[in-house]
Design a protein around this ligand. Structure first.
Ligand code: HEM
Length: 133
């Protein structure tokens, strides 16, 4: 599959994954409080994330946010959280979707997670020089 190919996933499947994933996140001992510190309107958050995934997987131009900036600005999102987030996400994908589809979406999520994590690790200093810690 080329990087620009659309994944054979339906809008309904994306909505189902997002809804089930955030239900698990809300109940998760470590992730729950991180999100609770930011999200007051869960339906609005989930709608935004559905648009994010429809943009990433179906190439629909319906999300134009900046996740890198949002995660940096959140203040309580740390690089080590990505592993936990991705394991809950994988659990959700394989529970909801046929496994070949879950596999491909999972690989895409891990790539995005790697990029976001890298962005968090390279925290910029006031003079613009990244701190590589
Ligand atoms: C592959 C991994 C991840 C993806 C694809 C992802 C995606 C997103 C997206 C698209 C948003 C909305 C950005 C916007 O407002 O436009 C968001 C918000 C958020 N994410 Fe993530 N995320 C990931 C990992 C994480 C992790 C590891 C954490 C921390 C445990 C996290 C915590 C949050 C929080 C708290 C918000 C809401 C921030 C706010 O509205 O102030 N995310 N995420």
């Amino acid at each position: 599959m080329t990087p620009l190919a659309r994944l054979p996933v339906s809008e309904a499947q994306i909505a189902q994954v997002v809804s089930r994933f955030y239900a698990s996140v809300r109940a998760h001992e470590e992730l729950g409080p991180i999100f609770a510190a930011h999200i007051v309107d869960w339906p609005a958050h989930e709608e935004k994330i559905v648009r994010f995934w429809r943009n990433a997987l179906l190439r629909e131009r319906i999300y134009d946010g900046n996740p890198m900036q949002v995660h940096r600005a959140a203040g309580n999102v740390r690089p080590e959280h990505f592993e936990v987030w991705l394991s809950v996400f994988d659990e959700t994908l394989f529970a909801v979707l046929p496994s070949d589809l879950a596999q491909v979406w999972s690989a895409i999520a891990h790539n995005i997670g790697r990029a976001l994590r890298y962005g968090l690790e390279r925290r910029a200093t006031p003079d613009g020089v990244p701190v590589l810690t």
